[in-house]
Write a protein that binds this ligand. Sequence first.
Ligand SMILES: Nc1ncnc2c1ncn2[C@@H]1O[C@H](COP(=O)(O)OP(=O)(O)OP(=O)(O)O)[C@@H](O)[C@H]1O
Length: 267
Amino acid sequence: MTADQTPVLSCRNVSKRFGALAAVANLSFDVRPGEVLGIGGPNGAGKTTLFEVISGLSPASDGTVVLDGENITRLSPHAICHRGIARLFQLNASFDGLSMLENVMVGAYFGKANRLLPGLRIDAASRRRTRDLLGLVGLADRADLPMRLASVLERKLIMLAGALATEPKVLLMDEPVGGLTPSEIDRVAEVVRKLPSLGVTVLLIEHVMRFLTQLSDRVLIMHHGERLFEGPPDRLAHDPAVVSVYLGIDAAAALKQTGDSGRVAHE
Ligand SMILES: Nc1ncnc2c1ncn2[C@@H]1O[C@H](COP(=O)(O)OP(=O)(O)OP(=O)(O)O)[C@@H](O)[C@H]1O
């Protein structure tokens, strides 16, 4: 890593224990600005727990998380969000009583600073940014519709726009295309591809291999909370440990031949 590639995010010897179980076990890795780091691994490997730790919802048992040179390991989730880490959850969450635009504004309003007064007082620049973000995710013409009318894809895109409204340096995406059709997956991929040029670094958990391998600059595969593999996505299907623990022989062969192996998930 050269001087101009100082990591935007560093995890150093991070562990998260639940009693005797080490869901994340002494894990270290760096993420460079503008990079898309794909994170895969079998069910229960510790991927979501890693996001819990980075976002402060479930603080590390050991180790440090550093954002842009600042140790954020013990900060609260909202302080971490204000420092520049936004997170998308596996399950869709939205305010169905608000419009699609207002759902994104919530991110713009609460995502950058503490707000003591209730109610949304949004300045003109934030309103513009919110509309721009709806354009980015292809939903400008749906802005004023009530959220309850949103399809599953639209909910995911609105959540993405809301996370981007917090102006994150780093965006954590947890299985963003679960439950979507192939063409819907392509729509989400189109947006994710634009993020590095907007200054957003992405950590992406996904079992849909086509999505993970096509978007990631580098892939980290976890197993039992540890690193099983870290490297370029096109090496995944050639790594014996990844094939044996995660992909399986058939999915690895399909990934090598067509770049697609469907959704990989093992109990
Ligand atoms: N709050 C908790 N209390 C106890 N155990 C937990 C808790 N959260 C997670 N675990 C355990 O930690 C391990 C890692 O879980 P985690 O959800 O991080 O895996 P994952 O890789 O994200 O799996 P998946 O692909 O299914 O989402 C699992 O064994 C899980 O049961």
